[in-house]
Design a protein around this ligand. Sequence first.
Ligand SMILES: Nc1ncnc2c1ncn2[C@@H]1O[C@H](COP(=O)(O)OP(=O)(O)OP(=O)(O)O)[C@@H](O)[C@H]1O
Ligand SMILES: [Mg+2]
Length: 260
Amino acid sequence: MIHSSLQLPRPGLQSAAGSTSVPLPAAPSPQASGAGRIEISAVSHRFTDTPVLRDITVTLTERRIGIIGANGSGKSTFARLLNGLLVPDRGRVVVDGLDTARDIKAVRRKVGFVFQNPDNQIVFPTVAEDLAFGLKGLGLGRAERAEMVTQMLARFGLEALADQSAHKLSGGQKQLLAIAGVLITKPACVVFDEPTTALDLRNTRHIAGVIAALSETAIVVTHDLDLISGFDRVLVFDAGRIVADDTPARAIAEYLRRMQ
Ligand SMILES: Nc1ncnc2c1ncn2[C@@H]1O[C@H](COP(=O)(O)OP(=O)(O)OP(=O)(O)O)[C@@H](O)[C@H]1O
Ligand SMILES: [Mg+2]
């Protein structure tokens, strides 16, 4: 079991992404700092009679945390707790002192969520408009918003697609846009639910590179074991419980043992 390790070095691009010739995004902005502490205390949840999360207590402080486990084991449900998309039946989720049941707006500003299906979060016709949408309501001027959109397009190599219809992008491009759309709001922590499941090898490596280069905290739910092999900490879910909480190598070994 790893305890607080904010001091741990961040995984290098190579360890998370493997060797790749795909261009990686520019260096992350210096102002992002990472969420310090997410405390999940005695959390249980059910949608029907069957419990989906069973009495989970865990504190997340590391900058790169992977979540793996069988289909239906509760990973996405757990992930949705972290930014208040879901409030648990029992127990509390507290992000840097903010309770997701009470301080939802502040929690959402701190913790961004990238859905498995990018179509769920692409709402505006063009790529640039979609990115600009995330900045609405933050009290920024028009010129400042435009500058941030330009910077984010460049960071993700999407400049040439700025005026293209967002829904006509490829799956990988949509995934990049969805990630950019979350990052532009400058959350301290980003939760990714299966960010590479639908992608080819090149785009999988690209997304792995994007995640590895983030200065934000990343919590990544995935079935792609390579993606989390360089992370600081990996949780293994089984039937609504965390059954391993360890280094990637040991957690993956436990997951593989359970999958036999
Ligand atoms: N909105 C919902 N209503 C009813 N049941 C739900 C709902 N969301 C999830 N469940 C159930 O909760 C259980 C856990 O689902 P969850 O999506 O968290 O699993 P998962 O570990 O993310 O699985 P996968 O690897 O397939 O994505 C499943 O049995 C699922 O059917
Ligand atoms: Mg899931």
